[in-house]
Structure formats: structure tokens, C-alpha cells
Design a protein around this ligand. Structure first.
Ligand code: ADP
Ligand code: ADP
Length: 229
């Protein structure tokens, strides 16, 4: 479930300046496709369109064969998990932050032991470093810890579709590797769109799309792209 198709997608924030100039690609259900390219190429715009922050101006985006314009933003958000570059947390418990975004999470709900246990189960299978977070409170987390919270949130939400938008770009090399290991686990068997600026961080993607100035310049596996260059 969760096949994503972009067909001849055009988009501009300002009509005088096209950002995406006819993009076509498919993320088969359960597979991972990475979009790489220089800053300003339009990579994040692709993830914003998939999340329906904006609608396409020409072309079609569909999920499981359904035109995104016929899908409500609420049901889209329930179906998509997002790990951004900088996760913004609430000044509340980590358990609250992890549960946030679930349809059954309410703003006023008091944290119960059961809630915390639920979060604990969600992160039990993730690499070390997750379990110590659950009981903590507050915003003074490092970048890597914030990304752990975002990943745990995704595990709990269990969406069919995952967007990883530069999820490790702000991290130091050691932390990046830890977080990457967790992301590989979470994206397994999920339809995943990865946005990255370096080819070396998306070696395991089923397909890599190189975006330059709003157009697909190349596509293939990591090995295929290396052989071409
Ligand atoms: P390429 O050699 O770059 O893979 P093809 O000649 O196979 O391109 O593709 C023909 C057309 O189909 C192009 O317009 C291309 O954008 C589109 N296309 C190629 N692969 C996909 C895909 N996985 N999903 C959607 N459209 C695709
Ligand atoms: P990338 O993720 O590849 O760095 P983006 O998709 O974020 O690129 O941005 C592509 C282009 O669109 C950039 O030139 C950027 O300045 C412009 N852009 C992004 N967001 C907006 C916006 N909300 N309004 C106007 N222009 C924008």
C-alpha cells in the first residue's frame, strides 16, 4: 500500500519562476526512492506537494491511484509520517511529543503510565539511545535526540508512507550514522520518499532521482549513477 506517482508535475510559487518543470516518477508501494540534487533544485517542494501544503499547477500526483486533490489533508496526514531536518518539539514530556500527531492523541490528555508504556513499545525495537528518552521532559535535547523523537513518533503512528526530508543533514557524522540505522529500520517495507543532498547518504534506495533546476537529470540505482559519472 502507498504507491506514489508523480506524472508531469509542474509547480511554481511565483508564476514567473517555475520550480518543478514536468517531473515524473513512481515510488512503488513499500520501496524507497531518493531525490538528490543541489540546494534550490526543488527537492523539498516535492515533499511539500506530497503533503498537500500546495497543489500542483499542472500534472497529477496520486497515491494508490487516487488523485491527491481528492484526498483531504487530514487523511493524507494520517497516512504520511514525516521526519524533517529540524524536528520542532513541544515543551512537554518526550512521551507527549512522541504521541503527538496520532489521531487519538488529545492536547489536554494527561500522560498516563499506559501512554508511556505505549511509547516504550514503539521504540523498543529501535537502536540504543531511544529508551533513555521516554521519561524525560523539556526541549533541551540535542539534534540527534530530537530526530530520535521524530522517528519514534513515526513508529507509533505506523503510516504506510514516510517522507525523510534531509532527516540527517544537520547531524554530525557519528550521530548521522546512528539515526540512519534507525531510519533504515523504519523505512523497511514502507513507501519512502527520501530528500537528500548527497548521493552517499542514499546508497540503499531502490531508485535515486537526480533533480537539477526543477528537472530530472538522471535516475537509477546508486551503482548505476556511479557508473554513469
Ligand atoms: P529513463 O531512461 O530516464 O529512465 P525512460 O525513457 O525510461 O527514461 O522514460 C520515458 C518516460 O517515462 C519519461 O518521460 C520519464 O520521465 C518517464 N518515467 C521514467 N521512469 C519513470 C517512473 N519510474 N515513473 C514515472 N515515470 C517514469
Ligand atoms: P531544495 O529542497 O532542492 O533546496 P526547495 O524545493 O526548497 O529546494 O526550493 C526550490 C526553490 O523554490 C528555491 O529557489 C526556493 O528559494 C524557492 N522556494 C521555496 N519555498 C518557497 C516559497 N514558499 N515561496 C517562494 N519560493 C520558494
Amino acid at each position: 500500500k502507498g504507491e506514489i506517482v508523480f506524472r508531469d508535475v509542474h509547480f511554481a510559487y511565483d508564476p514567473a519562476r517555475p520550480i518543478l518543470k514536468g517531473i515524473s516518477f513512481t515510488v512503488p508501494a513499500g520501496k524507497t526512492v531518493a531525490v538528490v540534487g543541489p540546494s534550490g533544485a526543488g527537492k523539498s517542494t516535492i515533499s511539500r506537494l506530497l503533503y498537500r501544503f500546495y497543489d500542483v499547477q499542472q500534472g497529477v500526483i496520486s497515491v494508490d491511484g487516487q488523485d491527491l486533490r481528492q484526498v483531504t489533508q487530514a487523511s493524507l496526514r494520517a497516512a504520511i509520517g514525516m521526519v524533517p531536518q529540524d524536528t520542532v518539539l513541544f515543551n512537554d514530556t518526550i512521551a507527549y511529543n512522541i504521541r503527538y500527531g496520532r489521531p487519538d492523541a488529545s492536547d489536554t490528555e494527561v500522560e498516563t503510565a499506559a501512554d508511556i508504556a505505549q511509547v516504550g513499545r514503539a521504540i523498543r525495537d529501535l537502536p540504543q539511545g531511544f529508551n533513555t528518552l521516554v521519561g524525560e521532559r523539556g526541549l533541551k535535547l540535542s539534534g540527534g535526540e530530537k530526530q530520535r523523537v521524530a522517528i519514534a513518533r513515526t513508529v507509533l503512528k505506523a503510516p504506510p508512507i514516510l517522507i525523510l526530508d534531509e532527516a540527517t543533514s544537520a547531524l554530525d557524522t557519528t550521530t548521522e550514522q546512528e539515526i540512519q540505522t534507525a531510519l533504515d529500520l523504519v523505512s523497511k517495507n514502507r513507501t519512502t520518499l527520501v530528500i537528500a543532498h548527497r548521493l552517499s547518504t542514499v546508497i540503499n534506495a531502490d531508485q535515486i532521482i537526480v533533480l537539477r533546476a526543477g528537472e530530472i537529470a538522471e535516475r537509477g540505482t546508486h551503482a548505476e549513477l556511479l557508473a554513469q559519472n
